[in-house]
Ligand binder design. Structure first.
Ligand code: FMN
Length: 212
């Protein structure tokens, strides 16, 4: 089948794109409004975009059927310029899902999900204490595109529990972190536990010697 992506009809492009650009990491983003009220919500249109400087990006759609009303996360980041990406691992999945519930702005999703906070190292917004890793970010820029915002964040500090760091690199012990990925809009996810394989890159010298 061929789908014409140039004709309007947001739901179709949403359904197809989020099923095909997958699996995606999930950022459970903590942010604060000007009065210090905390907010948490998951975003899977998320990735790192470059490392020098360290920039991550995420796409936040405006509230459905509400014209141009931004989600609380996008509004907070625009107003206070800071946020924290908490890495979603298997043990946090259910609580991450609670944070995606469309609570009124004054409700703290972290309380609803029974998650607690710990102070961040650099930014005012706290990280989620139960998350094993978190990226502290300052808003680099926000692009408004149609009914969405693409938010770029500069990573200013990274927290990782010691047990998940191999100091030799340093590398992340990703096989032990058990991060999860989102697969589509039907509530499908993938776990990474026991599903690692290793495939080192091939140098040109090795290629010439026949290595594949
Ligand atoms: C796993 C998962 C990933 C999500 N990814 C996105 C996303 O990339 N962009 C988006 O706008 N909403 C996404 N959502 C929906 C938001 O989390 C949801 O609209 C949330 O209520 C927004 O909260 P806020 O208004 O407190 O920012 C996702 C939901 C789930 C469960």
């Amino acid at each position: 089948m061929i789908f014409d992506m140039e004709k309007p009809g947001g739901r179709e492009s949403y359904n197809l794109l989020i099923g095909l650009v997958a699996p995606r990491p999930i950022a459970l983003v903590t942010s604060m409004d000007e009065d210090g009220r905390l907010n948490a919500a998951p975003f899977s249109s998320y990735n790192y975009l470059c490392t020098d400087p360290p920039i991550i990006g995420m796409g936040v759609t405006n509230r459905p059927n509400a014209g141009f009303v931004p989600k609380d996360t996008a509004r907070n980041i625009r107003r206070t310029g800071e946020f924290v990406v908490n890495v979603v691992t298997e043990d946090l999945m259910q609580r991450m899902n609670v944070c995606a519930t469309d609570f009124p702005a004054e409700v703290n999703e972290l309380e609803m999900a029974e998650l607690s906070t710990a102070p961040s190292h650099v930014v005012k917004v706290p990280r989620i204490a139960e998350a094993h890793a978190a990226l502290e970010c300052r808003e680099f820029t926000t692009m408004e595109i149609g009914r969405s915002r693409i938010i770029l964040g500069r990573v200013v500090s990274i927290y990782i529990e010691d047990r998940f760091i191999d100091p030799a690199g340093p590398y992340v012990r990703a096989e032990e972190l058990h991060a999860v990925g989102r697969m589509n809009g039907l509530g499908s996810y993938v776990k990474t536990r026991d599903s690692f394989l290793t495939m080192p890159r091939i140098s040109y010298e090795e290629w010439k010697q026949g290595k594949r």
